[in-house]
Design a protein around this ligand. Structure first.
Ligand code: URA
Length: 437
């Protein structure tokens, strides 16, 4: 097999065979295929696309380029959840302890945040001492004992995707449906769960800004997951404004704790219950969505989910004091209120602008090496559809430096659009399951 011939074949719009894809990925991972040839292939795929079979073969080849986690030593059906990323998305922090409190094992690999969306690991590091650098043995032991463990993504998880994603990032070839779907799913499948629930976001703060694209990506990923023998479903959710009120690491942890105390924002809890119900159904702990939601609600009412969060933080060397005293989690010195200057209704909050404001404050990473400030961020006081009067506070900026606070303030002002009518927000746009593809 010559890479030149494969590029020519794809350029002509022909489908690559399973063995050709497998060989290409193995050779690229080991350095036998140079970046310039792989770039040409990625660009050919952008123009000609890949069919469902090719996409599945590409995913499996990338999954198998490194270690595939064997979680068979954990009893029960392991259901993983993945979000395509959004601003203020603290769903995992709320949902993981709820699911674990139901006795369903949560063995999760999470990433750090890059750019304007935060990562679950960064948020959890608000608890002093908390670590995700667990050995595989300790990870499995913790899940067996308390039903919940979160581990950082290991370097040998789908290394082909890591190399390919970095290449796509600098060759304008990220934005192709089969490439995105295979990239995400190769890592999810390598993480070893028995079933997968995907949260595919759509709107101004999402990777897929158009709803039709989000559905298409969801279908592609659900097809791949089920094709790989793992029951997979996707929920398409709104990211046209930040999720909940809090954006920023400690602010989001505080909101997650509030949610586990039964005082979660409506939009966040809608997403939590929609995703959670699918996880409970796939874990075979309920037969209907209503039954699954009732079980989830009980974990909050009884305090079991909050206690599970504390148990989990302790099990990963963290100080769980903040779970019960969230006011003692990291904070900020500079507090600026963003004032509204006209009467009307909040018609839009550009999620990406709010995410960028938090990034400016030091709450996110510009590069992989950046240090993040856990205490900074934005707390929204008004959400879409809310009536606002002239002079009312729209949001509060939490900063540690005045200069950054002023720059973030300007971004928050730009993010808010005030109109004459209250718009409606439909949080759950749809569900793609095995029968919908
Ligand atoms: N996230 C990924 O992991 N891969 C992509 O290609 C796009 C988003």
């Amino acid at each position: 097999m010559r890479m030149y011939d494969l590029i020519e074949k794809k350029k002509q719009g022909l489908a690559l065979a399973k063995t050709e894809i497998e060989q290409m990925i193995a050779d690229y991972t080991s350095g036998r295929i140079p970046d310039y040839q792989m770039s040409a292939m990625m660009m050919a795929i952008c123009f000609q696309g890949m069919n469902a079979e090719e996409t599945l073969h590409l995913t499996l080849a990338m999954r198998d380029s490194g270690t595939v986690l064997d979680l068979s030593a954990i009893s029960g059906i392991k259901v993983d959840k993945h979000s395509t990323g959004g601003v203020g998305d603290k769903t995992s922090l709320v949902l993981a302890p709820m699911i674990a409190a139901l006795g369903i094992p949560v063995a999760k690999m999470s990433g750090r945040g890059l750019g304007h969306t935060g990562g679950t690991i960064d948020k959890l590091e608000c608890f002093p001492g908390f670590t995700t650098g667990l050995s595989k043995e300790r990870f499995i032991q913790n899940v067996n004992q308390i039903k919940l463990a979160i581990m950082g993504q290991t370097a040998d998880l789908a290394p082909a995707d890591k190399k390919l994603y970095a290449l796509r990032d600098v060759t304008a070839t990220v934005n192709q449906m089969s490439l995105i779907a295979s990239s995400i799913m190769s890592k999810k499948l390598a993480a070893g769960a028995d079933a997968i629930v995907l949260d595919v976001k759509t709107g101004s703060g999402a990777f897929m800004q158009q709803e039709a694209d989000a559905f298409a990506l969801a279908k592609e990923m659900v097809r791949i997951g089920n094709g790989a023998g793992k029951r997979t479903r996707a929920v398409i959710t709104d990211m046209d404004q930040p999720l909940g009120f809090a954006v920023g690491n400690a602010l989001e942890v505080k909101e997650a704790i509030l949610s586990l105390n039964g005082q979660g924002p409506k939009d966040l809890m809608e997403v939590v219950y929609a995703l959670g119900a699918q996880m409970v159904l796939l874990a075979q702990k309920a037969e209907t969505r209503e039954e699954a939601e009732a079980l989830l609600k009980e974990t909050i009412a009884s305090g079991a989910a909050l206690n599970k969060l504390a148990e989990f933080v302790k099990a990963q060397d963290g100080d769980a004091h903040g779970v019960f005293h969230p006011q003692e989690l990291p904070g900020a010195n500079v507090i600026l209120e963003v004032k509204n200057t006209q009467n009307g209704y909040v018609s839009r909050i550009l999620a990406e602008e709010i995410g960028l404001a938090s990034l400016l404050l030091g709450g996110g990473r510009e590069t992989k090496e950046s240090e993040i400030d856990l205490g900074v961020g934005i707390l929204l006081k008004k959400k879409r559809g809310d009536r606002v009067a002239d002079g009312e506070t729209l949001a509060v900026v939490y900063a540690n430096e005045m200069e950054q606070a002023i720059k973030a303030y300007a971004k928050v002002v730009k993010a808010y659009e005030i109109g004459a009518y209250a718009g409606e927000t439909l949080m759950i746009k749809g569900i793609v399951d095995e029968n919908c593809i």
